[in-house]
Design a protein around this ligand. Structure first.
Ligand code: HEM
Length: 401
């Protein structure tokens, strides 16, 4: 099979180039329309941008997640877990993961999480302004993990430092020196979780982590791999999802009012729409185990493929007026949580937590505004995140509302 030779026209900045990272969507849109299974010569990756093709990449067993993780840009693989394995090992690891993140575990945590959100908003009220990530997203993500892992209040700072440092390698294209720091932090995180899990077991303290640690279907290293994946794959995407969502939402004041008054079901729909438009995990990797013919073009065996989820999420073949925010979009088959066997195990938790936070935040601060001017997107490819997003909690808008 010959390598496709289609080139991105010069007026589009490559989505991985430093200047293209702030707004990768025009380039992805061009690829989706003109070369939906695109061989990117610079990275030697195949970029799959159509919704139907991305769904196939995520579901079809000829696309290996295990090899996709192993063949990331550098040798900094995520810990062994359900995300780094294919069937049948994948199912063996994912099934016990439900003890940590399944519906029963999530339901039991909701009252405590609602109280955590209220306390967080109380703290913000006192300050008057806040950065969406530093003062809202990160404390929220840490509070969620504190409940899942039963972390004592005195440990939250340490956990957050470890989680942040270990998240560096979510981005497969960070420079090698930073990647090395991320590897060291991931090792320290695993050691920390090991000691903490042993402590919970000794104290017989009930929590989702304690339930997972007690499950004899998993070897200790496997259990720790799942915990580390949850932190590395979940803490920062959840933290950054808050700023990404507010960046999309706040300019649309009618949508702000609608979400402020939304019931739980409407809030969950809104969360999905906000994740569709600014997916914190914009793509995920697979490797083909044999040649595959996708609707958008052929792939050879051994192809390193990126399912570009953020492009699929704006595919006009699936989403009417795909660039538009429609809080009540339904159905909304976005791929922000992936799809198929590796579908985000924490999707119900993430939806619930964001659906708890956003309406409460908007009711508490009806005149909440973000910064005017060009958004300050970080260079980091995964997760997609705003470097800063200062929020004015009681802006002059309040007088007009
Ligand atoms: C907004 C926040 C989040 C987003 C956008 C997100 C997105 C994703 C995506 C796209 C995948 C699929 C990756 C692939 O197919 O290669 C995934 C898998 C996963 N996520 Fe999330 N995630 C989020 C938060 C979390 C959190 C908070 C946790 C844990 C507490 C978590 C745990 C997992 C796990 C365990 C998997 C692997 C499932 C498997 O391989 O079977 N995620 N997530």
């Amino acid at each position: 099979m010959t390598t496709a030779s289609v080139r991105l026209p010069a007026q589009f900045i490559h989505p991985f180039a430093p200047a293209g990272r702030a707004d990768p969507y025009p380039a992805y849109r061009w690829l989706q329309a003109n070369d939906p299974v695109h061989h990117d010569e610079a990275s030697r990756l195949w970029l799959v941008t159509g919704h139907a093709d991305c769904a196939t990449v995520l579901r079809d067993p000829r696309f290996s997640a295990a090899q996709g993780q192993r063949e990331r840009a550098r040798d900094d693989a995520l810990p062994t877990s359900m995300l780094t394995t294919d069937p049948p090992d994948h199912h063996r690891l994912r099934a016990p993961g439900m003890l940590l993140l399944g519906p029963a575990a999530v339901r039991a945590l909701l009252p405590a999480l609602a109280a955590d959100v209220d306390r967080l908003l109380d703290r913000l009220a006192a300050a008057g302004r806040a950065d969406a990530a530093a003062e809202l997203g990160r404390p929220l993500a840490t509070a969620v993990f504190a409940r899942l892992f039963d972390l004592p209040p005195g440990e939250l700072g340490r956990f957050e430092t470890l989680a942040r440092a270990a998240s560096i390698n979510l981005d497969p294209m960070v420079p090698p020196a930073r990647a090395a720091l991320g590897r060291t932090a991931a090792t320290a995180l695993t050691r920390y979780l090991d000691v903490h899990a042993a402590d919970l077991t000794r104290r017989q303290a009930p929590s989702p982590l304690a339930a997972l640690a007690a499950d004899d279907r998993l070897a200790r290293a496997e259990m720790l791999g799942i915990l580390s994946l949850a932190v590395i794959g979940g803490w920062q995407p959840l933290a950054e999802a808050v700023g990404n969502a507010l960046h999309t939402l706040l300019p649309d004041r009618a949508a702000v009012r609608r979400l402020a008054g939304a019931d739980e079901e409407a809030a969950r729909l809104a969360v999905d729409e906000l994740l569709r438009l600014q997916a914190p995990i914009p793509f995920t990797a697979r490797v083909t185990t044999e040649p595959v013919q996708l609707a958008g073009g052929p792939l050879p065996a051994g192809a390193r493929v990126l399912a570009v989820l953020c492009a699929a999420n704006r595919d006009p073949a699936v989403f009417a007026e795909p660039e538009e925010l429609r809080l009540d979009r339904h159905p909304n088959p976005h791929l922000g949580f992936g799809g198929g066997p590796h579908f985000c195990l924490a999707a119900p938790l993430v939806r619930q937590v964001l659906a708890l936070l956003l309406p409460r935040l908007l009711r508490r601060f009806p005149a909440l505004t973000g910064p005017s001017g060009a958004p300050d997107w970080d260079q980091c490819l995964v997760p997609r995140r705003l470097r800063s997003f200062p929020l004015e909690l009681n802006s002059a808008l309040g007088e007009a509302c």
